[in-house]
Design a protein around this ligand. Structure first.
Ligand code: ADP
Length: 679
């Protein structure tokens, strides 16, 4: 049924027009009664829909309200018929129909469920109801009591009084319900309350003004019609899908909570304007004052109790927090690593005991100072705190920090930004660090030792190798076959030792920056082909085919000798680990202003947990087929150092048993240098 709203509008308008043009007030009243009947048709439909859309006691409530929406217009119809055909005597049906309707509404209001609440809240709810109802009754008493009550008697008088009393009861219970459900999304209850408030006005006016039994004056019927419409609206709201319209729920909740205050203000205004000439009016005013005071006392005492409880809770929580903070500070002070916490503005907010010791700082000396200003050494070291401030996480980074006495301490630092949900920039950071001076000193000594031993070994090894080769080739006189084979073995061993010494020296030079890169613009395909050509004999000897896939004409900004050294290491490994008959592919592509060089083989591959470690010094994979291929464990370390000196990075992708692909990046040379940087 899509027409009800239009039907209602048309009927209300028609009744208004008819009332205006009607010469007799009785005709206007009858037309208005019929209009109310018309209004109730869609209201019945909406109430029925609400009953279907609801469940449990809500559905029962709406079924009863549907019944009321049928009985009310039925009584109106009977009234109209009894006016038109006064001889039929059907007016005896009017009161049972109207009484039945009112009973149905009141039963519905009792049936609708109430949530369980604490005692204090229930008392406040009832006091709200009392304030609202007594204020409304006072308004009615002041406005109507002085007027002429119609001169009715018997059943008419009983009904004339029962009608407003029942409406007042409906208003009270409906408001009590909506007050109970004020936090749930039940705006329909507020609409119901409004409907009964309007009915109350109509009913009171009916009791006070109707001169002729049964047929209420047109304005009274219109008021009842508006009340019925509000009932229909409540039904429409109840039938809407739950969860939607919560904004409406919030708004109506605000109106419901403010209703007692609004009704008191209205009552006060009415009293100021109309005065309290009659005894019953004065009694009602005293009742209003009493319930308002009672409500005020309850609300203030509740608020005071709530305030007191809140203050006590805050005090307890503060003490608890202080204790917790002290405990954490004690824990952090027992940790051996230095810990510094930095606030959103980049200032130090906490320094633990180990950090104070490491940075030679007194208690509280660093707190409040800018972290970078207080702790960072001058360039070339990047400020780790700024990096973390940009949201980066640092793990085990070797850097240096400035001590308060001006000295410098080398540290291994990890730091993490403190991100809050949905925020991109951190609200602060925590950095943990440990002194690595001892480790660096040991590494230095180790490196120096290895380097000088290697240098000392190089010359004698070269001559031993020459002598052994001469023996093996028979150039130093004849040897027995066994002697020659022993000399050949020894020569191979010495050759491997020389390679190791060369690698150690190279790695050392790269680590200390002794190797100066001689960069120039180099065509990448040529570099790849040269490296492949160097290793072609080795590949052929191992039965491995070497494929170079280097289309295009990418030019990189690189030291060709060093890049070739890196490539030879990678391709050499690939050939070394490849089975006979397989292929090693060397290729290149461009990505984000960099050239990516790849070396792919079909060998045993590298286990996942070793992928990062193969680049470490002397690290060799110790499982399965990959062991004992006569390497030094330094090739990849050297490759990584060469690539890093070019500003690139190297990584490997591999699954065990499915070959390995090593990649490294080199800067592409733009028209005027590296990526456009002037040479
Ligand atoms: P090595 O001289 O031992 O080859 P590297 O530093 O070049 O030293 O390599 C380190 C280790 O990485 C090797 O010993 C090997 O275990 C593993 N590795 C390197 N390349 C490959 C590859 N292509 N396939 C399988 N394992 C490899």
């Amino acid at each position: 049924m899509s027409s009800p709203p239009w039907l209602v509008v048309v009927l209300v308008l028609a009744s208004g027009v008819a009332a205006l043009v009607a010469s007799s007030s009785l005709v206007a009243a009858v037309v208005a009664q019929l209009a109310v009947v018309g209004v109730c048709v869609p209201v019945v439909v909406w109430c029925r829909r609400a009953a279907v859309a609801s469940d449990g006691r809500w559905a029962s409530g709406w079924r009863l309200l549907t019944l009321a929406a049928v009985l009310f217009p039925a009584a109106n119809l009977v009234t109209v018929v009894s006016v038109v055909l006064p001889d039929r005597g059907i007016n005896s049906l009017i009161y049972p129909l109207q009484g039945g309707a009112m009973l149905a509404v009141l039963t519905a209001l009792v049936v609708l469920p109430r949530p369980r609440r604490s005692r204090g809240l229930t008392l406040r709810t009832w006091l709200d109801v009392a304030v609202l109802v007594s204020s409304v009754a006072l308004v009615g008493a002041v406005v109507l009591m002085g007027g002429e009550l119609r001169s009715s008697a018997g059943a008419d008088l009983v009904f004339a009084l029962a009608y407003p009393t029942a409406s007042l009861a409906m208003l009270a219970v409906a408001y009590e319900l909506s007050r109970h459900h004020v936090q749930a999304d039940r705006p329909e209850l507020a609409f119901l309350t409004a409907a009964f408030a309007v009915w109350l006005v109509g009913a009171t006016a009916y009791a006070a003004l109707t001169p002729d039994a049964y047929v209420a004056p047109a304005p009274v019927s219109w008021t009842v019609g508006v009340g019925s419409l509000l009932l229909g609206l409540a039904a429409r709201v109840a039938a809407r899908p739950r969860g939607a319209g919560s904004e409406l729920g919030e708004r109506t909740a605000r109106v419901v909570l403010a209703a007692p205050e609004a009704s008191v203000v209205l009552a006060a205004l009415t009293v100021v304007l109309g005065g309290l000439p009659l005894g019953p009016q004065r009694v009602l005013a005293a009742v209003v004052a009493a319930v308002v005071i009672a409500r005020h006392l309850v609300v203030t005492s509740d608020a005071r109790r709530f305030h007191w409880r809140l203050e006590r809770e805050v005090a307890e929580r503060t003490t608890e927090l202080r204790r917790m903070t002290e405990r954490y500070v004690r824990i952090l002070d027992t940790v051996g690593d230095g810990i510094v916490s930095i606030g959103p503005s980049g200032r130090v907010i906490f320094v633990n005991a180990a950090a104070r010791r490491l940075l030679v700082a007194r208690d509280g000396e660093l707190v409040g100072r800018d972290a970078c200003e207080a702790l960072c050494t001058p360039a070339p070291h990047d400020c780790p705190f700024e990096e973390v401030g940009r949201g980066r996480v640092l793990r085990g980074v070797d850097t240096e920090l400035r001590r308060s006495d001006g000295g410098i301490v080398p540290v291994e630092l990890s730091a993490a930004p403190e991100l809050r949900d949905g925020q991109e920039l951190p609200r602060g950071a925590v950095a943990a660090f440990r002194d690595v001076s001892d480790r660096i000193a040991v590494e230095q000594v180790k490196r120096q030792f290895v380097s000088s031993v290697s240098h000392e070994l190089r010359t004698p090894l070269t001559s031993v190798r020459g002598v052994l080769e001469m023996f093996a080739d028979g150039e130093a006189g004849d040897l027995s076959p066994v002697g020659r084979s022993l000399a050949a073995n020894a020569s191979r061993g010495v050759e491997r030792l020389s390679r190791l010494v060369d690698d150690i020296i190279d790695a050392e030079k790269l680590a200390t920056g002794e190797f100066r890169m001689q960069c120039s613009r180099v065509p990448l395909p040529r570099l790849l082909r040269d490296a492949a050509a160097t290793l072609q004999p080795l590949a052929a000897g191992s039965g491995v085919s070497l494929v170079v896939e280097a289309p295009g004409s990418d030019v990189v900004w690189a030291d060709p000798d060093r890049v070739e050294q890196a490539l030879v290491n990678l391709v050499g490994n690939a050939v070394k680990f490849s089975p006979r008959g397989s292929a090693v592919t060397v290729g290149a592509s461009a990505l984000d202003g960099h050239a990516v060089v790849s070396v792919r083989d079909e060998g045993p591959g590298i286990p996942g947990d070793q992928l990062e470690h193969v680049f470490e010094r002397f690290h060799q994979v110790t499982s399965g087929d990959a062991t004992d291929r006569g390497g030094t464990g330094l090739g990849l370390t050297i490759t990584r150092a060469i690539v890093a000196q070019h500003g690139g990075r190297v990584w490997v992708e591999s699954a065990e048993g499915e070959g390995a692909t090593f990649h490294f990046t080199l800067p592409l040379a733009g028209a005027h240098g590296v990526n456009g940087r002037p040479r």
